[in-house]
Design a protein around this ligand. Structure first.
Ligand code: NAD
Length: 496
C-alpha cells in the first residue's frame, strides 16, 4: 500500500485545505506508486508561515550550541536510516542506489558540519578608533525563511538549506519539488524525532505556481533560498526584489571538462564518464561539454564511445546498474528534442546513443541511451543550452586559450574542470575560467559539504551554499559598538 503523505505544520502531520492529493510514481517503473501527497493551497502556506512565525522567538533565543546539538542527533538518525531512505530516493527519482546513498551521506555530513558550526558562528572583533570603546560584529537570525528545492538531490539540497537555516536560529517552511516530496517528508520525520521544537520546521507540498508563488510573495517571509532552473530563479529574483527579501539563487549550468594533449587520458576518460552520465546527466554540475585539444581528440573519443556503450542502464535499485532513467516523461521528451536539435538544426555528428530505450523493462519507465555528439561548434544550441540529461557534446580546440574562451562562452558558470599535467596551464585555467567551482584532474562533479558551492553569471545571484558561507546567507550582520568611557565620544572628531 503506497504511503499517504501529509503536510507537516506546527509539529503535526495535516491534510491540505484543498482536500486534493497528487501521485508520485517511480520513473524506472511507473506501475510503482511511491506515494500520494497533499496538493496544497495558499491557505496551507499561510498556516505554515504562521506556525513558523510563532515558533521563531523562542528558537531565536535558544543558544546556538543548544540548537546545534540537535544536529548530532539528526546525523545519527540519518546514519541509521541511510539505506532505507536511499532506496526510497531511487524509487522516487531514479538515480542509482550508490548515488542515492551518496546523497544521504551528503546530508549526514551537512548535519555533522552544522553541529560544529553552531558552536562557532564566528563574528569579528576589531579595535575601535576611540579609547574605552569596543567594536565587533555578530550574526543574528532573521525570522521565517522559505526554502524551495529541486528534485535531483532530494535529501542533500534540502539539508544544505534547512540545517544552516535552523542552526542559525531561523524557522522555515520548505516546499520540495513535486517529483521528490517523499524524501523531504522523511527529513521532517528525522528532524522531529531528533527534537526540533514544533513550528521550527514546516513542510508544504504542491505546485510551484501555487505553493512556491505564495512563499516568495508572503509578507512574513524574510528570505527565500531557491535551487532550480534559471528560468524560475529569475522569476523569484523579480518577486523578492519587489519586497526586498533576502534571496539566494542556485541555478542551472552548462559545465565543461577541458582535456589537454598532455592529460592523463585514463583519468580524463573516467572523469568524463562519471561527470556526464552520473545521475543520468541530471546534475546542475553535470559535464555537458568536453573541450578537447586536437592532438588527443581521436583517441579520447574512440575510447569514450566504447566505454559509454558498455554502460548498464536500468532500474537503479539493481546494484549493477550504472545509469537510471530520466526523472519524468517530460524530461525524457526534452532530451529527445535536444537530440533532434543536435542532428537536424546544429548538424553535429552523433557518435553514440541518440534514442529512447524501449523493450522489456525499459517500457515501464523513462530511459534514454547515453549519447555523445562530436564535431560540435561552441555556438550550437546543444553546446549552449542546459539539457539536463545524458547528452555530451565534444568540442575540439587547438590551444589552452581557445579552450578557456569556449568554456567561458555560455551564460552559465557553475562547475568546470581541466585535465593536464602542466601546473602552469592548470593555474592559468583556475584564474581565468568563469565558474564558481574549478576541479583540476577531477570531473565537474564532487562537491564537499564544508566548501562553498555555487556559480557565477546566470547560475545564481552571487550567494554560495555549503560551508561557512551558508551561515552568512541565513543571518543578518549586526555591528556593535560599546562605549565604556562614561562620556560622549564623537567618532572622527574627538580622536583627532
Ligand atoms: P525548477 O526550476 O523547475 O523547480 C525548482 C523548484 O521551484 C520546484 O520545487 C518547483 O516546484 C519550484 N517552482 C516552480 N515554479 C515556481 C514559481 N513560480 N515560484 C516558486 N517556486 C516555483 O527546477 P527542477 O526541474 O526541479 O531542477 C532542475 C534545475 O535545477 C536545473 O536547471 C538544475 O541545473 C538546477 N539545479 C541547480 C543547482 C545549483 O546548486 N546550482 C543544484 C541542483 C539543480
Amino acid at each position: 500500500m503506497p504511503e499517504a503523505f501529509k503536510n507537516f505544520i506546527g509539529g503535526k502531520w495535516v491534510k491540505s485545505k484543498s482536500g486534493k492529493t497528487f501521485e508520485n510514481r517511480n520513473p524506472a517503473d511507473t506501475g510503482d506508486l511511491v506515494g500520494t501527497f497533499q496538493l496544497s493551497t495558499e491557505e496551507d502556506v499561510d498556516a505554515a508561515v504562521q506556525a513558523a512565525k510563532k515558533a521563531y522567538p523562542d528558537w531565536r533565543d535558544t543558544p546556538a550550541p543548544e540548537r546545534a546539538e540537535i544536529m548530532y542527533r539528526v546525523a545519527h538518525i540519518m546514519r541509521d536510516r541511510k539505506d532505507e531512505i536511499a532506496q526510497l530516493m531511487t524509487r522516487e527519482m531514479g538515480k542509482v542506489i550508490a548515488e542515492t546513498r551518496g546523497d544521504m551521506q551528503e546530508g549526514i555530513d551537512t548535519a555533522d558540519f552544522a553541529a560544529g558550526e553552531g558552536r562557532r558562528m564566528h563574528g569579528q572583533t576589531v579595535p575601535s578608533e576611540l579609547r574605552n570603546k569596543a567594536a565587533y560584529v555578530i550574526h543574528r537570525p532573521m525570522g521565517v525563511w522559505g526554502l524551495i528545492t529541486p528534485w535531483n538531490f532530494p535529501v542533500a539540497i534540502p539539508t544544505w538549506k534547512t540545517y544552516p537555516a535552523i542552526t542559525t536560529g531561523n524557522t522555515i517552511v520548505i516546499k520540495p519539488a513535486t517529483y521528490t516530496p517523499a524524501c523531504t517528508a522523511k527529513l521532517m520525520e528525522i528532524l522531529d524525532e531528533a527534537g526540533v521544537p514544533k513550528g521550527v520546521i514546516n513542510y508544504v507540498t504542491g505546485s510551484g505556481g501555487v505553493v512556491g508563488e505564495r512563499l516568495i510573495n508572503h509578507p512574513d517571509i524574510r528570505g527565500i533560498s531557491f535551487t532550480g532552473s534559471s528560468e524560475v530563479g529569475k522569476r523569484i529574483g523579480e518577486a523578492t526584489g519587489k519586497t526586498l527579501k533576502r534571496c539566494s539563487l542556485e541555478l542551472g549550468g552548462k559545465n565543461a571538462q577541458i582535456v589537454m594533449d598532455d592529460a592523463n587520458l585514463e583519468l580524463a576518460l573516467d572523469g568524463a564518464l562519471w561527470g556526464a552520465f552520473g545521475t543520468t546527466g541530471q546534475r546542475c554540475t553535470a559535464t555537458s561539454r568536453i573541450i578537447i585539444q586536437d592532438g588527443v581528440h581521436d583517441e579520447f573519443v574512440t575510447e569514450l564511445v566504447k566505454r559509454v556503450k558498455a554502460l548498464k542502464v536500468g532500474n537503479g535499485l539493481d546494484e549493477s546498474v550504472q545509469m537510471g532513467p530520466l526523472v519524468s516523461e517530460a524530461q525524457l521528451k526534452t532530451v529527445e528534442s535536444y537530440v533532434k536539435i543536435g542532428q537536424l538544426e546544429d548538424k553535429a555528428k552523433l557518435v553514440c546513443g541518440g534514442k529512447r530505450l524501449v523493450g522489456g523493462d525499459f517500457d515501464k519507465g523513462w530511459f534514454h541511451e547515453p549519447t555523445i555528439f562530436d564535431e560540435v561548434k561552441p555556438d550550437m544550441r546543444i553546446a549552449q543550452e542546459e539539457i539536463f540529461g545524458p547528452v555530451l557534446s565534444v568540442i575540439t580546440v587547438k590551444t589552452l586559450d581557445e579552450a578557456i574562451e569556449v568554456l567561458n562562452g555560455t551564460v552559465y558558470g557553475l562547475s568546470s574542470s581541466i585535465y593536464t599535467q602542466d601546473v602552469n596551464a592548470a593555474m592559468r585555467a583556475i584564474e581565468r575560467i568563469e565558474a564558481g567551482i574549478t576541479y583540476v584532474n577531477g570531473p565537474t562533479i564532487g562537491a564537499e559539504c564544508h566548501m562553498p558551492f555555487g556559480g557565477v553569471k546566470e547560475t545564481g545571484n552571487g550567494h554560495r551554499e555549503g560551508g561557512w558561507t551558508a551561515y552568512e546567507i541565513f543571518t543578518e550582520m549586526k555591528t556593535v559598538y560599546i562605549d565604556y568611557s562614561g562620556k560622549l565620544q564623537r567618532a572622527q572628531i574627538d580622536n583627532k
